[in-house]
Design a protein around this ligand. Structure first.
Ligand code: ATP
Ligand code: MG
Length: 184
């Protein structure tokens, strides 16, 4: 699996000022008062891994992740999130395996959509989604437990519960590839 070292946010939701989070080994918990941005942090992590469903970001449109402004601060024109991944063991898939760390960056600009980079190279959303799907840590990963998700899992229909388990088993990347092969 891929080890996350850092999460950097800039203009993402309530994180208007550049914020650099160091992620240590083991389980990470986020605590703080209501509205301080705990859920936004988790959404930033999903977003940089290629999340493309606005509903998963609690917004109406993809641009809603950009800092919208407050009574004292103007809105921003872009949001950027970077995820720094440890690759000292050089276990990353080919195409991502050229350095000791992989820095995945996603940036959204108003009216211009999202762009992704892996270190300095431009990559497609799909490349990023596949990287994390194979490592079973992707945007829809069961390793990230959203607020209210435990109750959802308990109440889920068998089909969607199966999807969650497949994601945990790391085989969802295979399904995606089969689906694309069938379309060809
Ligand atoms: P709780 O403990 O209630 O779950 P939380 O710590 O999870 O709270 P979040 O939901 O992450 O808090 O953060 C909510 C805050 O983020 C709100 O103040 C909201 O106004 C702010 N916010 C969300 N999107 C944006 C945006 N695009 N621009 C500016 N602020 C935003
Ligand atoms: Mg929350």
């Amino acid at each position: 699996s891929l080890r996350f070292n850092r999460l950097r946010l800039n203009g993402f939701k309530s994180f208007v000022d550049p914020t650099d989070l160091i992620i240590h080994e083991g389980l990470t918990g986020v605590v703080g008062p209501n509205g301080c941005g705990k859920s936004n942090l988790l959404e930033a992590l999903r977003w940089v891994m290629g999340e493309n469903r606005p509903t998963a970001m609690r917004g109406g449109g993809m641009e809603d992740v950009i800092f919208a402004g407050t009574s004292t601060r103007p809105s921003r024109n872009f949001a950027e999130v970077a995820l720094v991944i440890d690759n000292e063991d050089r276990l990353a898939p080919s195409g991502f395996n050229e350095a000791d760390t992989i820095e995945i960056t996603r940036r959204i600009t108003r009216d211009a959509g999202s762009a992704y980079k892996a270190n300095t190279r431009d990559v497609r959303a799909r490349d990023i989604q596949m990287l994390f799907a194979d490592a079973s840590t992707g945007a829809h990963s069961p390793a990230l437990v959203r607020q209210g998700q435990i109750a959802e899992l308990i109440n889920a229909k068998p089909k969607s519960r199966r999807r969650i388990l497949e994601e945990a088993a790391g085989i969802s990347g295979l399904y995606q590839r089969r689906h694309e092969a069938e379309l060809r």
